[in-house]
Ligand binder design. Structure first.
Ligand code: FDA
Ligand code: NAD
Length: 427
């Protein structure tokens, strides 16, 4: 049993949706493109799962957040794929790939062949079992990567109103899910190994602002330790978590966000790898010229950082690498190397921040933390390399993005601190 397509996108997440839109804009014939996804729904904007989807009132539900609605583009519903002659093979896991034969074998036993393959398999949540903690498959322990996880999280949350949650992991999932749980009337103890939250990006000073805000919303912090075991009832539910420092925290539910691993497994030994992902060039092409990789799974050179290879785990990068790969496939002569400015953001409670560039070098904070109007620049060798801003306006975010993109020269650090946002507006 088999089918053949010109283009196949493996994975049906954010990057797949943006790649499909780009294929259609550039003009493909009906029946040329197929998307294979383990998920049972058409590509959607994954960031909604830890934000609008978890709201206690009027939560976001599909079809309202199919790609590419998050970037104010067309919304790609299943009807859109049908009308554009794109084959959506949903609820189907690819279990092996052969890049020499240009074939994919699905778990249902079908062989799908391609001329050009785009790998958009994203990533999966790291499980506590990797750290010798058993029992994270309990009914009330939640991870959050896909729609099925988010639906389960909502069910567990609704059964715990007024109760206690333990959130494990001090990164993005921990931060956004803690806010969602509080909004759903659940008391949260947030546990993570670092000295402060969001250690991959925040400085201690920036983290302090958000941690104080969370404390004012009733969140309890336990830092510098990890979970070692669960206590269970006679069924499949966790009743408490036990920490390495000996503390025992009663829990009606647990949310775990301790990082991800890129889904590279199908291609290990077949394609070059780097930074835990599939290595690509500036056109998103892998070490096999018929295979491209985009989104969370791709490790690509960032021009702005002297072509240092990075694997980014953010939606803007998934959208732009996907579109760039399609441009490189459909208009090879007109498409050069991607010149990408890394961009991360988050929204929690009434707060909202954006970050551009790289958090390397010396940090200069500016603004007024007590009023919530503040930001920071990262300066390396006299140039702006990164910029962070809380509660900015569109113009302000554009200004800091420009300062980073141009690597604006800093002559006087004290002046930069005094000028703050003004510095970016003068670039
Ligand atoms: P993505 O994970 O979206 O899609 C991968 C797809 O491949 C999935 O459909 C998967 O099922 C499928 N797949 C994998 N292996 C397969 C196989 N063998 N066979 C078939 N299908 C397979 N970023 C940001 O910048 N701002 C934000 O606010 C957020 N918020 C956010 C919230 C939550 C809850 C998560 C989990 C993540 C975010 N992110 C984010 C990160 C962002 O969502 C992420 O970077 C993109 O979804 C990456 O897009 P990809 O298409 O690469 O992977
Ligand atoms: P993360 O990498 O942001 O944070 C992982 C956290 O887990 C860190 O605080 C780390 O110290 C902690 N940790 C590591 N090992 C641990 C252990 N054994 N026990 C306890 N804690 C441990 O990852 P995440 O928060 O799980 O997010 C998953 C993915 O989703 C990431 O790719 C992230 O970028 C993405 N995401 C992004 C956004 C956003 O950009 N706004 C929002 C949600 C999710």
């Amino acid at each position: 049993m088999g089918r053949a397509f010109v283009y196949v996108i493996l994975g049906g997440g954010v990057a797949a949706g943006y790649a499909a839109l780009e294929f259609v804009r550039r003009g493909i014939s009906h029946g040329e493109l197929c998307i294979i996804s383990e998920e049972s729904v058409a590509p959607y904007e994954r960031p909604a799962l830890s934000k609008g989807f978890l709201l206690p009132e009027d939560p976001a539900r599909l079809p309202s957040f199919h790609t590419c609605v998050g970037a104010n583009e067309e919304m790609l519903t299943p009807k859109w794929y049908r009308e554009n002659g794109i084959e959506l093979v949903l609820g189907t896991k690819v279990k092996s790939a052969d890049v020499t034969r240009k074939t994919l074998l699905t778990a249902t036993g079908e062989t799908i062949s391609y001329k050009i393959l785009i790998i958009a398999t994203g990533a999966r949540a790291i499980k506590l079992e990797e750290f010798e903690v058993r029992g994270s498959d309990a009914e009330n322990v939640c991870y959050l990567r896909n729609l099925a996880d988010a639906s389960r999280l909502v069910d567990v949350m609704r059964s715990c109103t007024g109760g206690n949650a333990v959130v494990v992991g001090g990164g993005y999932i921990g931060m956004e899910c803690t806010a969602a749980l509080v909004k759903n009337q659940i008391k949260v103890t947030w546990v993570f190994p670092g000295k402060h939250c969001m250690g991959r990006l925040f400085t201690p000073k920036i983290a302090l602002f958000y941690e104080d805000y969370y404390k004012s919303m009733g969140v309890n912090f336990i830092k510098g330790t990890v979970l070692t075991s669960f206590e269970n009832d006679s069924g499949r539910k966790v009743t408490a978590v036990v920490l390495k420092d000996g503390r025992r925290l009663p829990a009606d539910m647990v949310v775990v966000g301790i990082g991800i691993r890129a889904n590279t497994g199908l291609f290990e030994g077949q394609l070059n790898m780097d930074k835990g992902g599939i290595k690509v060039n500036g056109r998103m092409q892998t070490s096999n010229s018929s295979v491209y990789a985009v989104g969370d799974v791709a490790a690509f050179p960032i021009k702005l950082f002297g072509n240092d290879v990075r694997r980014l785990e953010h939606v803007d990068s998934a959208r732009k690498t996907a579109r760039h790969a399609v441009a490189a496939i459909m208009a090879p002569r007109k498409t050069g190397d991607l010149d990408y400015l890394p961009f991360f953001y988050s929204r929690v409670f009434t707060l909202s921040w954006q970050f551009y560039g790289d958090n390397v070098g010396e940090v200069v904070h500016f603004g007024d933390l007590s009023s919530g109007r503040f930001g920071a620049y990262w300066v390396d060798q006299g140039r702006i390399m990164g910029a962070f801003l809380e509660s900015g306006s569109r113009k302000e975010y554009e200004a800091i993005a420009k300062a980073v993109k141009l690597k604006a020269t800093v002559e006087d650090m004290a002046k930069l601190e005094r000028e703050g946002l003004e510095f970016a507006f003068q670039v």
